[in-house]
Design a protein. Structure first.
Length: 273
């Protein structure tokens, strides 16, 4: 019997597990390995697609599938296969058009479960490809006939971002989808009912883990449903106000080995499961 048998930790990546330089600290790595050796389940839940999550996967070596697509899928990095997916059942074309026509400078990415298509390229998408290593597969959103996982709109400008948010919120089809600001410069259309909290609960069920013995760690708006769904939600000290308000605990920042702190707090019973 290990100290952490039956405990599942799901962490966000950027701003939570990763430091500003996109690395994982030695303290976090060692704590994660200790947690797994003592019977714990450790993984991450990210907004990213699996095809550009594998660097993160190799950095922390989860011992269970990870959540991707902002909660729309579970992916087994060891086998390279999806465990569960939730593609869109509604057609998002009219929503995309509403941004494309009114805000032509906003970038548009259409993500299927296996491919990211660049429907409208900008300087932002070029930077994105440099970071992720994704190929520049250009295709109009009108020509994609695969099941869609999510749509991503991007802009460097806050005023333009607020315009994206307002246009989508006021669209007559908005009730058929969910929306999330996944980063300061990104806003996404998701299938209805998809969020990180759903992925956490799906994974707990898949593993046979009691939801009360789950811990979520996050920092941003898209982490809020996961913080609320978990048995215990933990926000890092650098988290946005919404994440802090949704959390049961606030821990150290992403620059101060937050995950190691969480694991120590579980061990000491400060975090009671």
């Amino acid at each position: 019997m290990g100290k952490f048998d039956g405990v599942l930790i799901c962490t966000d990546l950027d701003g939570t597990l990763f430091r500003k330089d996109k690395t994982v600290s030695t303290e976090n790595r060692e704590a994660i390995e200790y947690f797994k050796r003592e019977g714990g389940y450790f993984t991450f839940v990210t907004g990213r697609m699996p095809n550009y999550s594998m660097t993160a996967y190799r950095a922390v070596n989860p011992n269970v599938p990870f959540g991707a697509v902002n909660g729309g899928a579970l992916y087994d990095g060891a086998t390279g296969e999806y465990v569960w997916t939730t593609p869109m059942t509604e057609d998002p074309t009219e929503l995309i058009k509403s941004i494309d026509v009114v805000l032509p400078a906003v970038s548009i990415q259409v993500c299927t479960m296996n491919t990211t298509y660049f429907a409208k390229n900008t300087d932002m998408t070029e930077r994105f490809r440099q970071v992720t290593g994704l190929p520049n597969i250009e295709r109009s959103y009108l020509e994609i006939d695969e099941p869609i996982a999510k749509i991503i709109f991007g802009t460097d400008y806050e005023e333009e971002m607020q315009a994206v948010i307002n246009i989508l919120a006021e669209h007559p089809l908005s009730q058929r989808f969910d929306f999330i600001r996944s980063e300061r410069k990104l806003f996404e259309i998701l299938p209805k009912g998809v969020h990180k909290g759903r992925a956490l609960l799906k994974l707990a069920n898949y593993l046979g883990v009691d939801p009360k013995r789950t811990v979520a760690v996050g920092d941003y708006y898209n982490d809020v449903p996961m913080l609320r769904a978990a048995g215990v939600g933990v926000a890092v000290s650098n988290a946005c106000d919404a994440a802090k308000e949704a959390a049961d605990f606030i821990t150290a920042s992403n620059e101060e080995h937050a995950i190691a702190h969480v694991i120590r707090d579980i061990e000491s019973k400060k975090i009671s499961l």
